[in-house]
Design a protein around this ligand. Sequence first.
Ligand code: 2PG
Ligand code: MG
Length: 438
Amino acid sequence: MHVIYHSEYDEAFLIKSVRGRWVLDSRGNPTVQVKVVTEGLGVGVGYAPSGASTGVHEAVEVRDGGREFHGKGVGRAVENVNKMIAPAIIGMDSRRQREIDMKMIEMDGTRNKARIGGNAIVATSIAVAKAAASTMDLPLYQYIGGKQADLLPVPMLNIINGGVHAGNKLDFQEFMIVPAGFSTFSEALRASVEIYHELKNILKNRYGPQAINVGDEGGFAPPLEKTREALDLLVDSIKAAGYSPGDQVALALDVASSRLFNRDRNVYVIEGQELSVDKLIDYYSKLVNDYPIVSIEDPFHEDDFEAFAKFTSEFSHRILVVGDDLFVTNPERLEKGISMRAANAVLVKVNQVGTLTETFAVIDIARTAGYRTIISHRSGETEDTAISDLAVGVRAGLIKTGAPARGERTAKYNRLLEIEEEVEKPKYPGFSVFPRKP
Ligand code: 2PG
Ligand code: MG
């Protein structure tokens, strides 16, 4: 759909070589890199990112097990790229993204890409798109979205890390600032960076130097236990940087609540308290009343469509209710959610579903239903900046890609700065991507 499609035969676009190898991700684990070269010498390099709070319904990574890399080796996935995928797609037209993705899906033959590996497939899918764009001498966002791709995303920056992304006792995984009250992406990013540094000062002064350690996504991982303490810190940092909370900079949460749900007792355990769905909704309601929150991701566990629907019916006019582990960027799960009115936004991670083609399908479905789309990184990332181009290319309006620190996170922001400068009249959607200003 989004991909510009020139059907006339042109030898330059034929895939000449496909090469997989292992490289390192931001957590120091091996991951798959794929390089695709076309006959016209277009080059595309794709990487598989990797989650820590992965949903059970995601495409799975093929990992080697055994002793090397503590079982996390990707030797088999790399071999699947070089021995299975490469011979199948060499000679195909790199612009035929759908055909190439479908071929990999068919060859894999499983529901969750467990045979060839979601990691092998996603790195190839991205590399193919980049190789075609490079052959056309177009930046990836224009290859995906054409000349009209001019909408920069509002970033949601996770500057306090908890849950499985950090070694502290915060239950919620991500505490984000959302600089929506600015007129350009670069101003919004500058304000966010200033707030990040104010937070660092405040943490150091209040809790000592050990409090400025960072978690997987570059946000601080202070030794806190209480959600409200973390939210207060965000508000204080926004003020300390000279900005107005709510008016210029709002807040967002990723609860990642599958990990807080006790299946045997059918309760969520928050700060040591057992909460039913209704009690948890009350808990969120008080947070939304007390803080300028514009978005809550995964407020309930990954199969609790009913609780999501209940929450959405009460809150969709005020905030984005975002499904991440709930939808896992999967068209069928998203359609189920839409029919149940389970949310009003979907987190989009290419590696959750495994190919660009399926990702575009999810974005189309979301858009038709009036859902917002948030393009997202994973907690284990690489220097790849494809998601920045994807966000602009599909006019997503929102991106979640961590704190403005650590190379694998800043690479995405830096790419967006570059795109902002390249685009003739860049637009910044601000609060228009949220149901309302808090
Ligand atoms: C999430 C992501 C990214 P992970 O839950 O939204 O922030 O985390 O990659 O660990 O699934
Ligand atoms: Mg999430």
